[in-house]
Design a protein around this ligand. Structure first.
Ligand code: SF4
Ligand code: SF4
Length: 476
């Protein structure tokens, strides 16, 4: 608590002595419980996000799980919309939107994602809550850690681990329930009929939850998370961050109640250390900006409570920007914000339009590679194709295929021009097209195949192909 801040909004760089070891043993952090506006906001976010995570796979729609990423069947069911491998473009657009959102919110609001919505933060918050229910407050946890092993200590530790493991198993089960129908999965679990892969993934994800949220906690953010490393590239002097107001807080020092800090030559920081005790990564925000800070705002709540008690204005630790800390005016609309938001709006709009206009069928036209064209006994020109009819509708469909082009063009197929394709099926149909050479003005003529559903005439698709013929004779 004796370190003096170098300057607000500067990154701390530690000088290593030549014989210093690169290994640093973990010092266990016992984050103190905090109450306040941001703690309530964080709890609400945890409740909403975890509520969604655990409830979503149980929602049914049209007699089927509404959100199911069915990998074996290569179908993603997303609330009435079924996406197939051919729809990979939508997934790519979604990933681009997610990345751009992250850039946008990081440039605008710093580590808002880390502090409130990151799965590591959310699950760690729940594991810490369970730890507090079982082991008590920060002080009780420190005392318990120092105690030699006894029946009481063993009982408390075992209870905590049992709670953690049960919660982690539920999390792992729910995770697998996004990929394998969760009701069936639950039934198989209760009747000990789980398949080997389902069992593996439930245990793997449960172990990862227990390990990351229960055991590793802040170490995931500090040492493992790549986002923590590159997010500073998205920061600028107008990015929202959490900082200690050095100009107001220093010189820090303890004082008696009612003492006028200015007259005593002190700043507003009473050096109580609460901002450090509540910090889940164990840092002192008064030492300036540090990459370990996940922006959870627990130190703001803690310090505001202290300020209220000692009768000083709140906001000694606050959401601010580097520019504001230097006395300048924060600019919200900046080139990078405008660029990210324009990109985000553009891709989101394109995705919405593409999904709205999406046709759940596909028609691939493959030309016969053996011959450019054939001439029939009647002197007509014939081209041979294989049409691939793809049905991405959840029911079998009957399709009719027609062709448009030169007036004499006709479709010849031993199977007629109506075909039934199973849901998710791809049917290859060999067809021939014949045309009178007198109708062909060029060696390559544009033609159009149309595939329409006889079950739902609104579903139709036209694809362009080429019809090849001989070089037209001059004067024809
Ligand atoms: S310094 Fe404050 S905002 Fe940053 S991680 Fe610690 S408590 Fe959270
Ligand atoms: S909580 Fe506030 S007053 Fe207490 S040490 Fe931290 S900054 Fe200073």
């Amino acid at each position: 608590m004796t370190d003096r801040p170098v300057k607000s909004a500067t990154v701390q760089v530690e000088q290593a002595s030549p014989d210093a070891t690169l290994y640093k043993a973990r010092e266990k952090i016992y984050p103190r419980e905090v109450d306040g506006v941001f703690a309530k906001l964080r709890n609400l976010t945890v409740l909403i996000l975890l509520g969604l995570y655990y409830i979503l796979p149980w929602i049914q729609m049209d007699g089927r799980q509404a959100l199911l990423l069915d990998l074996p069947a290569r179908k993603f069911h997303i609330f009435g919309l079924t996406l197939w491998p051919q729809d990979l473009i939508y997934l790519s657009a979604l990933l681009i939107i997610a990345a751009l959102s992250l850039f946008f919110f990081t440039a605008l609001a710093g580590r808002l994602w880390c502090g409130y919505a990151c799965p590591q933060t959310v699950w760690t918050e729940v594991f810490i809550m369970m730890e507090r229910w079982v082991e008590g407050s920060r002080q009780q946890q420190i005392r318990l850690d120092k105690e030699p092993m006894s029946f009481r200590k063993f009982r408390i530790r075992a209870t905590k681990q049992l709670l953690w493991i049960a919660f982690a198993l539920w999390t792992g089960f729910t995770f697998v329930g996004y990929f394998s129908p969760i009701r069936e999965l639950g039934h198989n679990l209760l009747t000990f009929n789980l398949g080997p892969w389902e069992t593996f993934w439930i245990f793997f994800y449960s172990f990862a939850t227990w390990g990351n949220a229960g055991m590793l906690r802040e170490q995931v953010c500090i040492y493992m998370c790549p986002y923590a490393r590159f997010q500073s590239a998205m920061f600028d002097r107008d990015t929202l961050l959490i900082a200690y107001d050095t100009s107001r807080g220093e010189p820090r020092g303890q004082r008696k109640r009612g003492v006028d800090s200015r007259q005593a030559g002190l700043g507003d920081c009473v050096d109580c250390g609460l901002c450090v005790q509540v910090c889940p990564t164990g840092i002192d925000i008064r030492n300036g900006l540090q990459y370990q800070c996940i922006g959870c705002a627990a130190c703001i709540d803690a310090c505001d409570e202290v300020m209220e008690k000692v009768g000083y204005p709140k906001g000694l630790v606050l959401y601010t920007t580097e520019r504001a800390l230097e006395g300048g005016k924060t600019h919200i609309l900046r080139p990078r914000i405008l660029l990210y938001s324009a990109g985000l709006l553009l891709i989101t709009a394109a995705l919405i339009v593409a999904i709205a206009l999406r046709t759940p069928i596909e028609l691939d036209i493959l030309r016969d590679r053996n011959a450019l064209f054939n001439e029939t006994n009647e002197g007509w020109i014939e081209n041979v194709y294989t049409l691939k009819l793809i049905n991405m509708i959840d029911k079998p469909q009957r399709f009719r295929v027609t062709v448009a082009g030169p007036s004499s063009l006709k479709l010849v197929s031993t199977e007629g021009n109506e075909f039934t394709v199973e849901s998710g099926g791809v049917q290859a149909v060999p067809v021939s097209l014949r045309a009178d050479p007198a109708d062909l003005a060029d060696r390559s003529t544009k033609i159009e195949f149309t595939m329409e559903s006889l079950d739902d005439p609104a579903i139709r698709l036209t694809r362009v192909g080429r019809f090849l013929g001989p070089t037209p004779r001059p004067g024809r």
